[in-house]
Ligand binder design. Structure first.
Ligand code: KG4
Ligand code: ZN
Length: 344
C-alpha cells in the first residue's frame, strides 16, 4: 500500500510517501522558521497563509522524489490535530479535495500518535509494550503503548512543555527561535554544573512535569547576574550564556529522563522510547540512553530528522489506521487539543 502523508499542524509543511510501514520513498519538510524567527515564535495567521502557499509544491516534490503519480497513491494520511486550527485546516482541506477528485481513501491522524510511532522509522524498533516520552513544543507526556493503537497517558506537563521551556529560555537569552537547537548548541561549551537551577519533581509518585519554575529561575538569574554586571558580561558574554544554557538543559534533561525511567519501573516495562522535537537534543539522547542501560531497558529513539515534525510519521501512523479499517469522512474536523493527552 502506498501512503501519502501530509503534516501542517504548526510551522512545517511536510509531505512523505511510504510503502506500507517499511519503505520511506520520499520525505519533504518545508520549515517556516525564517518567516517566524523575527517574531520570536510562530504567528498563527502567517503560518496558515504560508501552508496554503507551500502545500501544493511540497506534495508535488514528495511525489516526484518517490517517482510516483497521484494515481498510484492508495491512501492519504493527514494530521487532524492537535495544533493550530488554521494551519491544520489547510492540510485537511487539501487532503479532502485530493481524495474527492482522485477518489483516494483518507484517514485523519493524531499528531501525537505520529510522534509515538515515529520510532518505527528508525533502525532500532521497540517491542510492545513500551513506555514512551514525547517531548515537543506543545507536549511533554509519558505514555504506555501496548500496540499500534492503544496509548495510555501516564504523565503530562502541568504548565509549559519541555520544548516550550527551551523556546522561552532562548527568548530570555536573546537567542533565535526555535530555542531548542540554539540552546543545545551553546550548551556544548558550557558547564552543566555551574548554576543550580531547580528541578521540579512534584509529588513523590507523580509522573507529571512542570517547567515554568525553571524558566522563571533562568529569568531571575539573567536579571541578577547578566544585566547587573554588564561590563563583566561584555568581557565574556558567551561563557555566561553557555553556562546558563548547559545548566538549564541539564536540569530539564535530568527530570525528563528520570521520570520516564520511573514510569518504566512502575509499569514493569523493559522497552523505553524517546520521541518528539526535544528528542533531537543530543544531551537528552545521551542521558536517556545511559539511564536506560543502567536499568537494563531496551531503548529506541527515531533518528533526529524524524523527531521534529515531519510527514513520514503521519504516513506511518496512517498506514496502521488503514490496516485497522479507519476511514475519513467529509465532515471530519481539525482539533486543537489531542484526546490522547487528556487524562481518562
Ligand atoms: O515536535 P516538534 O517539531 O513540534 C511540536 O509538535 O511541537 O517540536 C518542536 C520543539 C521546539 O520547542 C524546539 O525548540 C524543540 O522541539 N527542539 C529542541 C531541539 N530541537 C528542537 N529542544 C531541545 N534541543 C534540541 N536540539
Ligand atoms: Zn510535533
Amino acid at each position: 500500500m502506498i501512503i501519502l502523508g501530509i503534516e501542517s499542524s504548526c510551522d512545517e509543511t511536510a509531505a512523505a510517501v511510504m510503502e506500507n510501514d517499511e519503505r520511506l520513498l520520499a520525505n519533504v519538510v518545508n520549515s517556516q522558521i525564517d518567516l517566524h524567527a523575527k517574531y520570536g515564535g510562530v504567528v498563527p495567521e502567517l503560518a496558515s497563509r504560508k501552508h496554503l502557499e507551500d502545500i501544493f509544491p511540497v506534495v508535488d516534490q514528495a511525489l516526484q522524489e518517490a517517482r510516483i503519480t497521484l494515481d498510484q497513491v492508495d491512501g492519504l494520511a493527514i494530521t487532524q490535530g492537535p495544533g493550530l486550527i488554521g494551519s491544520l485546516l489547510v492540510g485537511l482541506s487539501f487532503a479532502k479535495a485530493l481524495a474527492l477528485v482522485k477518489k483516494i481513501p483518507y484517514v485523519g491522524v493524531d499528531h501525537m500518535a505520529g510522534h509515538l510511532l515515529s520510532v518505527f522509522l528508525g533502525k532500532t524498533k521497540p517491542d510492545f509494550p513500551f513506555v514512551a516520552l514525547i517531548a515537543s513544543g506543545g507536549h511533554s507526556s509519558i505514555f504506555l503503548v501496548t500496540d499500534y493503537f492503544h496509548y495510555t497517558l501516564l504523565g503530562r506537563t502541568r504548565d509549559d512543555a519541555a520544548g516550550e521551556a527551551f523556546d522561552k529560555v532562548a527568548k530570555i537569552l536573546g537567542l533565535p527561535y526555535p530555542g531548542g537547537p540554539a540552546i543545545s548548541e551553546l550548551a556544548k561549551n558550557g558547564d552543566p554544573d555551574s548554576i543550580n537551577f531547580p528541578r521540579s519533581w512534584l509529588e513523590p509518585d507523580s509522573l507529571d512535569f512542570s517547567f515554568s519554575g525553571i524558566k522563571t529561575s533562568v529569568a531571575n538569574y539573567v536579571k541578577q547576574n547578566l544585566r547587573r554586571a554588564p561590563q563583566a558580561d561584555e568581557k565574556n558574554p558567551s561563557s555566561v550564556t553557555a553556562n546558563i544554557c548547559a545548566s538549564f538543559q541539564e536540569a530539564v534533561v535530568d527530570v525528563l529522563a528520570t521520570k520516564t525511567m520511573k514510569a518504566c519501573r512502575k509499569l514493569a516495562a523493559t522497552n523505553v522510547v524517546l520521541a518528539g522535537g526535544v528528542a533531537a537534543n543530543p544531551r537528552l539522547r545521551e542521558v536517556f540512553a545511559k539511564m536506560a542501560a543502567r536499568e537494563g531497558f531496551k531503548v529506541s529513539m527515531p533518528p533526529t530528522q524524524f523527531c521534529t515534525d515531519n510527514a513520514a510519521m503521519i504516513a506511518l501512523a496512517g498506514f496502521h489506521a488503514f490496516r485497522q479499517g479507519a476511514a475519513g469522512h467529509s465532515d471530519m474536523d481539525a482539533y486543537s487539543r489531542s484526546p490522547l493527552t487528556e487524562l481518562a
